[in-house]
Design a protein around this ligand. Structure first.
Ligand code: 7TS
Length: 410
């Protein structure tokens, strides 16, 4: 069973041309996957093939290339629906990424459904992109934002739900996996509580869709959002999944070509979802690239990817335990492959800089989690984030680098 679950990291690494290089005279050790992952050759080739053979505008004209491009683009929608366990591809809206998906919901759903005195419940774990769009909405309509706190391990304090959820709560916005400290949240439980007061639930899946098996129907949420570039796909493409009945009643987000049925001088009628939300020429090529990325991940298997990352995290925690001053953030259980830490009182930027000198790429900063950093009582952390192509040798390189950092500053 375990042998079946383990990944052949050496073979997987070879699928990613960018990982074969040296940086500052060292083998590149790429541990900034929570910010953006790398792409396998099959994704790069899918983009190349599309541009070399099939490109034309979609949903227009009857010529061969337009037909092929439309088929490829709509095929990517079907692949996206399958990837997240959605039965109906018309519930999949292509967006630029997680940020645009959340802004779309906060605008198109929010302005219709959130009124003065209503409440939006978020968590202190949220990325800025699941906070600021709701602040903009709340300010415009006079709604109130509330937040679920975390405990000392960085887990959401679900016992607060009873008090925080009221009959005024219109929406609960929660990240499936924290990009800052790696907490995997019990989304089903939060959805069940939200439904009891009739609130809708948006799940930010930016750090989950690339790493764990997903079934949006089983989660029970109303909206699920993620980005292609964090899951081996291109930049500038992502998915907003929304329940059909909600997408049907929502107003358009942007107006323009592709999203209309009839346009008169004073008014227009709109297409049905998802096209109602895809004004203008869409990002056809990158949707095709995203489908290739999903296919690649599916062939490896997200259960195996998740098990591999869990294994790497356990190994990293064991190895870093020996490093003086190392302190990891995030829970002991239900922790993704995101390892956020501090090293004594050294500044994360100094840590990241010296690791970079040794070819190790990590992120240092607030990770677009300023409220979370404030809650943890730090201004920044150093963050290593693992993916399917990272092996124990990468963790070893990180640990050696951290020892060098300590030596440099001692
Ligand atoms: N939500 C979460 C949980 C994220 O981790 C990110 C990006 C976003 C939303 C925004 O995604 P985008 O593709 O629209 O930019 N997170 C990070 C990060 O942790 N470091 O750089 C970007």
């Amino acid at each position: 069973m375990r042998a079946n679950m383990s990944l052949d990291v050496t073979a997987i690494k070879r699928d990613f041309p960018i990982l074969g290089q040296e940086v500052n005279g060292h083998r590149l050790v790429y541990l900034d996957n929570a910010a953006s992952s790398q792409r396998p050759r099959v994704v790069i080739e899918a983009l190349e093939r599309y541009y070399e053979r099939d490109h034309a505008n979609v949903h227009r004209g009857i010529h061969e290339l337009s037909t092929r491009a439309t088929r490829a683009y709509e095929g990517a929608r079907e692949a996206s629906a399958r990837f997240i366990g959605a039965a109906d591809p018309s519930e999949v809206v292509f967006v630029r990424g997680t940020t645009e998906g959340i802004n779309l919901v906060a605008t198109a759903w929010g302005y219709e459904n959130v009124r003065e005195g209503d409440e939006i419940l978020l968590t202190v774990l949220e990325h800025h992109s699941n906070i600021v769009p709701w602040q903009l909405l709340a300010r415009r309509v006079g709604a109130r934002l509330k937040y679920i706190d975390i405990d000392e391990q960085g887990r959401l304090r679900l016992e607060q739900l009873d008090e925080l959820l009221t009959e005024r709560t219109r929406l609960v916005g929660v990240t499936h996996v924290s990009n800052g400290i790696g907490t995997i949240n019990p989304v089903e439980e939060i959805v069940a509580a939200a439904k009891r007061v009739g609130a809708r639930v948006l799940v930010d899946g930016a750090q989950a869709a690339p790493h764990l098996p997903l079934d949006v129907e089983a989660l029970g949420c109303d909206f699920y959002v993620f980005s292609g570039h964090k899951m081996c796909g291109p930049t500038g493409i992502g998915v907003l999944w929304g329940r059909r009945e909600l997408l049907e009643e929502m107003a358009p987000y942007q107006g323009g070509g592709e999203m209309i049925e009839i346009v008169e001088l004073e008014r227009a009628t709109y297409k049905r979802p998802p096209h109602k939300f895809e004004a203008g020429t869409p990002n056809i090529a990158d949707a095709v690239g995203l489908a290739a990325a999903m296919d690649y991940l599916e062939r490896i298997g997200r259960e195996r990817i998740q098990a591999h990352e869990r294994d790497l995290l356990a190994y990293a925690l064991e190895r870093t335990h020996e490093i003086p001053g190392f302190r990891a953030f995030g829970p002991e259980r239900d922790h993704s492959g995101v390892l956020s830490f501090e090293l004594g009182d050294l500044h994360p930027h100094d840590v990241g800089q010296i690791l970079n000198d040794r070819g190790v790429a990590v992120r240092a900063g607030h990770h677009c989690n300023q409220p979370l950093m404030r809650r943890l009582g730090v201004t920044a952390t150093t963050r290593a984030s693992f993916y399917l192509y990272n092996g124990r040798d990468d963790v070893d390189a990180l640990c050696e680098g951290l020892r060098d950092v300590i030596e440099f500053f001692s």
